[in-house]
Write a protein that binds this ligand. Structure first.
Ligand SMILES: *[C@@H]1O[C@H](CO)[C@@H](O)[C@H](O)[C@H]1NC(C)=O
Ligand SMILES: *[C@@H]1O[C@H](CO)[C@@H](O)[C@H](O)[C@H]1NC(C)=O
Ligand SMILES: *[C@@H]1O[C@H](CO)[C@@H](O)[C@H](O)[C@H]1NC(C)=O
Ligand SMILES: *[C@@H]1O[C@H](CO)[C@@H](O)[C@H](O)[C@H]1NC(C)=O
Ligand SMILES: *[C@@H]1O[C@H](CO)[C@@H](O)[C@H](O)[C@H]1NC(C)=O
Ligand SMILES: *[C@@H]1O[C@H](CO)[C@@H](O)[C@H](O)[C@H]1NC(C)=O
Ligand SMILES: *[C@@H]1O[C@H](CO)[C@@H](O)[C@H](O)[C@H]1NC(C)=O
Ligand SMILES: *[C@@H]1O[C@H](CO)[C@@H](O)[C@H](O)[C@H]1NC(C)=O
Ligand SMILES: *[C@@H]1O[C@H](CO)[C@@H](O)[C@H](O)[C@H]1NC(C)=O
Ligand SMILES: [Cu+2]
Length: 583
């Protein structure tokens, strides 16, 4: 996908694919975007407010040329919510300050404020960004491109959904289930095709939560690209695409034009705690050879047999990088904290936004920027040295699947364990592939693990997180601070970025706690919600909470804090937390 307008840990979290009348001057493309409210009803079931650009939703495709400089003048006209913008799949090499995640590389952009993004496009294809690439090895093998998105759709707005999700009333952390699946922000999409032609489909999952199975009846797909990396052609009948992944594939049309064929996106219901009986988990569109011929409903499948992306090979033949200089092991777990809500953790830390955005800490702490301590105890931070080779070993102690996204790099996916394998065990690993697949979003299997490898050749501050929005807002994130001393020499933050901080009252210097004198003093850092007292289980919380509700008529949270005394700092952090999440 092209863009993700996502206000991390903030009520708005939507993903966009955009093309709105740019002003083109030589190789600079300028977009003037007013981010504001409009209304839409893409599944025909409920009209709702949505966030549009210049009054428009859905947002057309962004189509620019490789090497272009892109300027986005973003004006937050929402009036009542702050925002930011992340271009998903861009390496932002040399422009880490344009990457977008709030608290990581910038501040929230408050209502009424403007913010300029300024960066150049790198090589290759980037999902819904149609980048003209003279080096595309598959040029000449297709007749036209078909950009296509899949997504999940909710009828309620994020702030309310988040408040209900991160709550003592939802101690098991059951994620809100979408109301519909969409294809290109609609349903019953018709795609006119011509017999005998070959099309290059660019499929992006721009949803918040659901992975989807995707297939086209009567046609095979030849995968040639994932997340902007060309692959050797790989044939399949079905793709599994997680939230935020992209697949490029060629499909050759039949020579006979008498019938139309269904294309189906089917949400992965394994991700849903409960599947409501009325939910249509599928979305159908059609390859239309003949508009007068019927568009038959898709046949139901008994089982899903998707392609295994680990078997892909990059078309450039790039071999596995040498052994890791640094191995970062992240153990994923989910459990309840002292407010009774369910959170997600790496190594028992749930990511909590620092007082100062991490990039600004890296730029303002001098030589101490190399000391991971300055980035705080609740940010899962790691400092990487320039050009070292890094392995991330991710062990999933949760029964769910999670799509992990690394900003700033395509990584080599060198190992992925099957369901239930448990933690990665290096001693029984025989050999990694010689030419591992590269991409920037990889799914870990239930109770499984993966190992990914990359070279730290892109100085910047890069977020690593689950791309299921529900898990991101409950803290499933880590921060990589890559070559901070190099950044101090090369990067200057534009004035309007700092203005957004001022407008929002966010400090822009010092350690994670905003201390500009003693970088190791983290007294005022934002802390995660305090843990539950020992011995409490989700069931116990529910029981306690229900008794509190009956006793205190809705004062459950206050009663609960009273019952489990918190330190002043913890109370302050709990208050900040409640304020931030509207809980
Ligand atoms: C798509 O078609 C189905 C079946 O006719 C219908 O139930 C559904 O409402 C349609 N969706 C939209 C958005 O029109
Ligand atoms: C999907 O939507 C985008 C943006 O409006 C458009 O450019 C593209 O052609 C659409 N794809 C199909 C298959 O209709
Ligand atoms: C993108 O723009 C180029 C012209 O600059 C055009 O040739 C190409 O067809 C466009 N692609 C899409 C999908 O709109
Ligand atoms: C902001 O305004 C929009 C449009 O009126 C509304 O739908 C939305 O709920 C509001 N958001 C908040 C946080 O009040
Ligand atoms: C964008 O950045 C480039 C390189 O730093 C600079 O030359 C140019 O003036 C900037 N453009 C705008 C509109 O800020
Ligand atoms: C969605 O499609 C799958 C695969 O064909 C099928 O098993 C399932 O029953 C469908 N769901 C609905 C609600 O039609
Ligand atoms: C690795 O070794 C452990 C302990 O011997 C075993 O339980 C596990 O199944 C092995 N894993 C693989 C992938 O062989
Ligand atoms: C890892 O695998 C080795 C060899 O199979 C085994 O001896 C060892 O106990 C395993 N370690 C763990 C933690 O399972
Ligand atoms: C970033 O740019 C540098 C220098 O041009 C290059 O060596 C490096 O490979 C790039 N890194 C990424 C991730 O694009
Ligand atoms: Cu997740």
């Amino acid at each position: 996908m092209a863009l993700s307008l996502s206000s991390f840990l903030n009520p708005i979290a939507i993903l966009l694919s955009i093309w709105l009348v740019p002003t083109v001057v030589a190789d600079t493309v300028t977009f003037d975007w007013d981010i504001g409210w409009t209304r839409a009803n893409p599944d025909g079931l409920a009209e709702r407010p949505v966030i549009g650009i210049n009054g428009q939703w859905p947002l057309p495709l962004l189509n620019i040329t490789k090497g272009d400089r892109v300027i986005v003048n973003m004006n937050n006209k929402l009036g009542n919510e702050s925002t930011s913008m992340h271009f998903h799949g861009m390496f932002q090499n040399g422009t880490t300050d344009m990457d977008g995640p709030v608290g990581v590389t910038q501040c929230d952009v408050p209502p009424g404020s403007s913010f300029k993004l300024n960066f150049t496009y790198p090589d290759g294809l980037r999902g819904q960004l149609v980048v003209h690439d003279p080096e595309n090895p598959y040029l000449g093998q297709y007749d036209a491109e078909i950009p296509l998105t899949l997504s999940d759709w909710y009828h309620d707005e994020m702030p309310g959904l988040i408040a209900g999700f991160i709550s003592y009333k939802n101690p098991t952390g059951a994620e809100p289930v979408p109301k519909s699946a969409l294809m290109n922000d609609t349903q019953n999409l018709t795609v006119p095709v011509e017999p005998g032609k070959t099309y290059y489909f660019r499929l992006s999952n721009i949803g918040a939560f659901a992975g989807q199975y995707f297939w086209i009846e009567g046609h095979t797909m030849q995968i040639i690209e994932v997340d902007g990396v060309y692959t050797d052609p790989a044939e399949t009948n079905m793709i599994y695409i997680t939230a935020s992944q992209r697949y490029g594939f060629l499909v050759t049309m039949k020579t006979d034009s008498s019938a139309n064929f269904a294309m189906v996106g089917s949400m992965d219901t394994d991700l849903f705690d409960k599947v409501p009986a009325t939910l249509n988990t599928n979305v159908t569109g059609w390859l239309v050879y003949d508009d007068a011929a019927p568009k038959a409903a898709a046949a139901l499948l008994d089982e899903f047999t998707p392609f295994d992306d680990m078997t892909l090979r990059p078309q450039d033949g790039m071999e596995i990088l040498g052994d890791a200089d640094l191995t970062v092991t992240l153990d994923l777990s989910m459990t309840n904290l002292g407010d009774g809500a369910n959170y997600a953790f790496f190594n028992d830390i749930t990511y909590t936004r620092p007082v100062v955005p991490t990039l600004y800490s890296a730029l303002t702490t001098g030589a101490s920027a190399n000391d991971v301590a300055v980035y705080g105890e609740y940010t899962n931070s790691y400092v990487l040295q320039k050009d070292e080779i890094v392995d991330i070993v991710l062990n999933n102690a949760d029964k769910g699947k999670h799509p992990f996204h690394l900003h700033g790099h395509n990584f080599q996916a060198i190992y992925r364990g099957p369901d239930n394998e448990g933690s990665y065990n290096a001693t029984n690993e025989t050999a990694f592939p010689v030419t591992p697949m590269r991409r920037d979003v990889l799914m870990v299997r239930p109770l499984g693990n993966f190992v990914i490898r990359f070279r730290a050749d892109n100085p910047g501050v890069w977020f690593f997180h689950c791309h299921i929005d529900w898990h991101l807002v409950t803290g499933l994130a880590a921060t990589f601070i890559e070559a901070p001393l190099e950044l101090q020499k090369t990067l200057t933050i534009p004035e309007d970025h700092l203005d957004a901080c001022k407008a929002g009252g966010v400090p822009i210097a010092g350690n994670a706690a905003g201390n500009t004198v003693d970088f190791l003093n983290l007294e005022d850092q934002n802390r995660a919600v305090a843990p539950l007292p020992a011995g409490f289980t989700a069931r116990g919380i529910a029981a306690l909470v229900f008794s509190c509700i009956s006793a205190f008529l809705g004062m459950a949270v206050i009663a609960w804090y009273g019952a489990a005394p918190l330190s002043t700092a913890e109370m302050a952090s709990a208050k900040r937390f409640v304020a931030k999440h509207g809980g």
